[in-house]
Design a protein around this ligand. Structure first.
Ligand code: SF4
Length: 356
């Protein structure tokens, strides 16, 4: 899939934009100043394949905590700062790799210049985050008081112009809304206007179920058009869930490798065993396997192997025994009671045999 060309920026050694890769991002929900808890969450996110992690910086204690957090984190960290230039300066001094800040919200021009100068010296990019819920009053009034793509773009221009007038170009942009159609509209327009990398996301998307639907609907359409350089799936849950969904979404568009895929039938009247607990157990197991393998758990031996013929490995449950199949071909029978155990063993064997 050909991606929209954007300028590349570097966040520490991570390239964003100007390439075919889409970077997965998330945000911690611990108090940033609680170093132990934040490091634990950073490690968990790293473990699941998160490549860029944002931290909320609310006060100086949070900003100074960055010194310790950057030492512990393998992936680049982003400081999320609103209005307060001093926090941005402390974050930069503490070794942050990227800043999310809207320069137009800092009223004093000298203060903006100080932040930009510090970012330039340390090659720290700035993400301008436009949110449909917090557009400038004058811009909103111009567009009839209703957030729309044009108003969001105009707001972005104002912030971008402040940075470019200071000869700062290491910029990324995001246009967040909780409305799926507005999200699609604004990113489609932005990708035609701005040369900067775009961070995609549907904000306040809700729980695992509703966010997966809204995010996949909006981001799926955008990714399919080649739009987007980083993504975040915002979920009201453990941030690790965001990474699982992001990986599956990118994989569906051929934009992510090394993630296991689970195929499972919806079940029907032909089902002959208690399949759902097995599906859940195998899914949890596969979530920890960063390998390109497709595993199927199917309800019956009549249609199962054929329906899951694209799977590398699979089981189709039957009465007392399940069939184990590889690439759609029958291998052997497995007693019902040991399906999970034997399938896990076969997955490990498959990974070794095929050098995945
Ligand atoms: S695999 Fe068998 S049980 Fe599952 S949906 Fe197909 S026919 Fe029904």
């Amino acid at each position: 899939m050909k991606r929209t060309e954007t300028r590349s920026i570097y966040v520490k050694d991570l390239q964003i934009g100007g390439q075919n890769k889409v970077v997965i991002q998330s945000m911690t929900n611990t108090k940033t100043k609680d170093i132990e808890a934040t490091v634990a969450q950073i490690k968990a996110l790293e473990g699941f394949g998160c490549e860029l992690i944002r931290l909320a910086i609310l006060d100086e204690e949070d900003a100074y905590a960055i010194k310790e957090l950057v030492k512990e984190s393998k992936v680049p960290l982003v400081a999320d700062i609103h209005f307060n230039y001093k926090l941005a300066l402390i974050a930069i001094e503490s070794g942050i790799h990227k800043i999310r800040l809207n320069p137009g919200n800092i009223k004093n021009k000298d203060h903006i210049a100080l932040v930009v100068k510090a970012c330039k010296e340390k090659h720290i990019p700035i993400r301008i985050g436009i949110n449909s819920g917090s557009l400038e009053k004058d811009i909103l009034a111009k567009y009839g008081g209703i957030p729309c793509a044009e108003a969001m773009i105009e707001s972005a221009w104002e912030h971008v112009n402040i940075l470019t007038s200071l000869d700062f170009h290491e910029i990324a942009l995001s246009f967040k809304s909780s409305d799926v159609r507005l999200t699609i509209d604004v990113y489609e327009k932005a990708s035609k206007i701005f040369p900067y990398p775009l961070h995609l996301g549907v904000t306040e998307a809700g729980t695992l179920l509703s966010s997966s639907i809204k995010s996949s609907a909006a981001l799926g359409i955008l990714l399919h058009q080649g739009i987007g350089d980083t993504i975040r799936i915002s979920i009201s849950d453990d941030p690790v869930e965001e990474i699982k969904v992001a990986k599956q979404l990118l994989k569906a568009f051929g934009l992510y490798k090394n993630v296991a895929d689970l195929v499972a039938c919806p079940t029907c009247g032909r089902l002959q065993y208690d399949m759902l607990p097995i599906v859940n157990e195998i899914e949890a197991y596969l979530n920890n396997i960063q390998k390109d393998i497709t595993v199927a758990v199917m309800g019956c031996p009549v249609n199962g192997p054929q329906e899951a013929s694209r799977a590398d490995l699979g089981v189709a449950g039957g009465y007392k025994e399940a069939l184990l199949f590889k690439k759609g071909q029958f291998v052997r029978s497995i007693p019902q009671a040991s399906i999970v155990e034997e399938l896990k063993m076969e997955i490990e064997k498959y990974i070794i045999e095929n050098k995945l």
